[in-house]
Ligand binder design. Sequence first.
Ligand code: SAH
Ligand code: ZN
Ligand code: ZN
Ligand code: ZN
Ligand code: ZN
Length: 448
Amino acid sequence: GAMAAGEGEPRGGPALLGLVPAAPRCPHGPALLFVKTSQGKEEGRRFYACSACRDRKDCNFFQWEDEKVSESRLAAREEYNRNHQPVFTHRQNVERYKNFVLLPLSKRRFCQECQQLLLPAEWEKHSDHQFLCAISTAQLKSPSQLLYPLENKKTNAQYLFADRSCRFLLELITDLGFRRVLSVGTPRLHEIIQSKASQEEDFRVRSLLLDIDFRYSQFYTEDEFCHYNMFNHYFFGGEGAHETCRKFLHQDNGERVIMVTDPPFGGLVEALASSFKKLMAMWKETEDGGHNSQEMPTFWIFPYFFESRILEFFPSFSMMDYQVDYDNHALYKHGKTGRRQSPVRIFTNLTPSMIVLPMEEGYRFCTICQRYVSSGNQHCEMCNSCTSKDGRQWKHCVLCKKCVKPSWFHCSNCNCCALQNHACEKTDAGCFVCGKAGHKRSTCPSLS
Ligand code: SAH
Ligand code: ZN
Ligand code: ZN
Ligand code: ZN
Ligand code: ZN
């Protein structure tokens, strides 16, 4: 997902307390409870803010936890929330799509300003907008190419998989025998699955997309897309959409389902984890209680420096070495072709040895670790594991008793390894990004 390095919550900024019952609502569903912190300590009043939008320009919802909200303000807020829903409902968009595909090519227009398929009666209203003509069936089947990637830096930034990564993921999923994919914030993966399913008769995989980007409702039916907020597990379509998701997970006794998610990152790992746990619980609710002791198979795609945070919530997960890369992110392309190595990895609760990584890209199998590792990742005999996180060869520090980045040196002042020019300062509160002491978020070595 979104990954402008260092965009995490600044130290001293608010800390997330989470989703609480009866929380007030903004247009994005129940708000999350936060508390102001300073120097890592909770202090001051608690408040509610929008779960989805970190930029107050996008949603300025704010309420002190102990604030008394008058009846009239509550009514105004409800009215506001209603008015800030999309113009068309999903059902309406499905109807519109049906009419759109009946049009001859010459009458198929897409308004680029409104990001909307236009029916001829609406042309007039959009006459001074830029539009695309002759929208083909192929274009309708790849909406992620047609729609502008949302670029809001703080919230909804969309980073679409490069073809290489998207194909790799799909192949991995099919090779592992999965038949259904719950695509949470992965519109491009969803799109190649749906498109293949409509073209190849013997392709059996299906996908349900859960995403906050409502523009996708123009291209998918209510069985293929749910408008969903993954920071508060909120289905905008209400109980009906909830039920669609439940049904999808429970088909074939809940067998051969995998959840794949590529969320925006920005410090709300806990909120994401709590939503994913709810989706996993939904899967578990199958009638015969068949897989009581199991966890729904999951790929959580996220930067490697969040490893400890993710493992905190999902101890069964492990991080794969595969570098996921993106089309529209110049900084994070695959090592071989791009300017920089992507920091984005796959976290999974599947057995690591089953996640076969492409040999032709240099990945190899470590028989001791029983997993595929990147070419530069050497097995360290002291640690007894392949220790590199970023693909470069790491070096073992006997004093720290662990492997560290090649650019680090042991600092006797801090009594740990760090970049040579790090500021030797001891702080109580750990760095926001990696949780380690001795540096601040802005100089976090994991972001270098
Ligand atoms: N790499 C993926 C896209 C990841 S970008 C692909 O190519 O398919 C992150 C995705 O998460 C976007 O599709 C974005 O719309 C979605 N997203 C952002 N915030 C969200 C939220 N609060 N709830 C659900 N989806 C969200
Ligand atoms: Zn909001
Ligand atoms: Zn190894
Ligand atoms: Zn080591
Ligand atoms: Zn050291």
